[in-house]
Design a binder for this molecule. Structure first.
Ligand SMILES: [Fe+2]
Length: 454
């Protein structure tokens, strides 16, 4: 029924260690984009970067802001102002107690039982999976539409803004069905180097995506706003079919994916920090994005096609040689407990610790945040069809490799398991306009309803 994407795993989206020279047109592109004041802008950036980096290194994990879920609830579903400010500066947040501890541990047990009941489920690495190619366990489906998780998703989407005409509704979040990690103590196989999701060369190459970074490319990085979604909705973030996910925008017609405002996960374990085998982030968003965008335009790279860690068909990689300040500024997220969530913005540099030295497994459900916009409603239709038919979400075209593990499992979650909130998030219920919506919000809702119900 569905054509399927090539089988693979979570490692498919990266090109660590690849050194081949890029096509010559990247050199021409850089010549066109390079502002005349690049060196002055860079010098100002490095001045600020070094100061901020020292503070972050001193603070360690505490440089990542933290908030209790109940403080969002008490603030009418919004982050307190000082937390909004902290997220805008760092690009990341730990939200504690989104799920009850027992609830989160229950989800993990359910998944472990499912895995033991069904030998042969694929994952990465193949011989001893730490990341499982599972999308439809009952625990995952329940967690995605849990009222507290939906409330946090709505709060975090409000960190972003867009022009009134932009076809996005940041007040409505939709479910996004990703995988899960059960990383065992001692594991060294599931380590990911520093990278940014949402494509790589496309940030310079696609004219619309480039507009998001126009201030930086004008040599005025101080004016760059990392949370302006206006040009992200129509940006082409995947020109070369990278197996990975996007921030908001589009892909070339033959590929179709989902867009996220924040990446995220819910912890299912007590995970120590550092060395719990967990996430590392660079908690400084505006300056880090400016660094990445300017780096290939500097004098040492300007006469080559080198794009500073960007390669077609891979996520943006960050390396010691070209991005030493960023590497130095990486910190492990704070200790987390079952039911805590971590979110990091679409452009945040992140990595996974090399070794898991946690006393227990270090486990998460990956659940990102995805506001309503054309790419997400189109994806939602396909995701809903896959869920209806019992097909994995990764049927082509989609974000994930085509491993049809769950097709025959009668104990996977089904549409009838969804709550009303779950039905809305999975696209089974029409989205409604409300008073005071902008033209862009209304447009996003109309587009979604036509993708889902026509
Ligand atoms: Fe990533």
């Amino acid at each position: 029924m569905f054509s399927t994407k090539k089988a693979g795993d979570i490692s498919s989206a990266f090109s660590f260690g690849v050194k081949d020279e890029l096509p010559a047109h990247y050199k021409d592109l850089k010549n066109q984009l390079r502002p005349s004041n690049i060196q002055e802008a860079w010098d100002r950036l490095i001045d600020v970067y070094e100061k901020e980096s020292q503070e972050i290194q001193k603070a360690g994990s505490n440089a990542v802001p933290q908030v209790e879920y109940k403080d969002i609830e008490a603030n009418n579903g919004s982050f307190p102002d000082h937390i909004v400010k902290a997220i805008r500066k760092t690009g990341c947040i730990v939200v504690r107690g989104v799920f009850d501890r027992e609830e989160a541990l229950g989800y993990k047990q359910q998944v472990k039982d499912y895995i033991s009941k069904h030998p042969g489920i694929k994952g990465y690495p193949a011989d001893d999976p730490q990341v499982w190619e599972l999308y439809w366990t009952k625990g995952q489906v329940a967690a995605r539409s849990h009222p507290n998780f939906v409330a946090v998703s709505n709060a975090i989407n409000k960190i972003w803004h867009a022009s009134d005409e932009t076809a996005i509704d940041l007040s409505t979040n939709v479910a996004y069905c990703d995988r899960l990690r059960i990383r065992q103590p001692g594991d060294t196989s599931f380590a990911l180097g520093e990278h940014v999701d949402g494509g790589s060369v496309e940030r310079w190459e696609d004219p619309e995506y480039r507009k998001c970074y126009q201030h930086i490319l004008n040599g005025e990085w101080e004016r760059y706003d990392p949370f302006d979604a206006t040009h992200r909705v129509d940006a082409v973030m995947d020109m070369y079919n990278c197996s990975g996910t996007l921030t908001f925008g589009r892909v070339h017609q033959k590929f179709a994916k989902n867009g996220r405002s924040f990446q995220g996960w819910v912890s299912l374990s007590d995970v120590k920090s550092p060395n719990g085998g967990t996430l590392k982030v660079c908690p400084l968003i505006k300056e880090t994005t400016s660094y990445i965008m300017m780096r290939p335009l500097l004098s040492d790279l300007k006469d080559s096609s080198d794009m500073g860690g960007s390669r077609p068909g891979s996520q943006q990689l960050i390396n010691e040689e070209q991005h030493p300040h960023i590497i130095k500024t990486m910190v492990t997220v704070p200790e987390v407990h079952p039911g805590d969530c971590v979110f990091w913005s679409a452009d945040t540099v992140h990595a996974v610790e090399k070794e898991c030295r946690n006393p227990t497994d270090s486990s998460v459900f990956y659940i990102p945040v995805a506001p309503l916009c054309a790419i997400n409603s189109k994806y939602l239709r396909r995701q809903r069809d896959c869920f209806d038919g019992g097909y994995p979400v990764h049927s082509t075209p989609a974000d994930f490799p085509g491993n049809h593990c769950e097709l025959e499992f009668d104990d996977r979650a089904k549409p009838e398991d969804l709550t009303n909130l779950g039905r809305l998030g999975m696209g089974y219920t029409r989205f409604q306009e409300t008073a005071n919506m902008t033209e862009g919000q209304k447009q996003a809702i109309n587009i979604a309803n036509s993708h889902l119900f026509e």
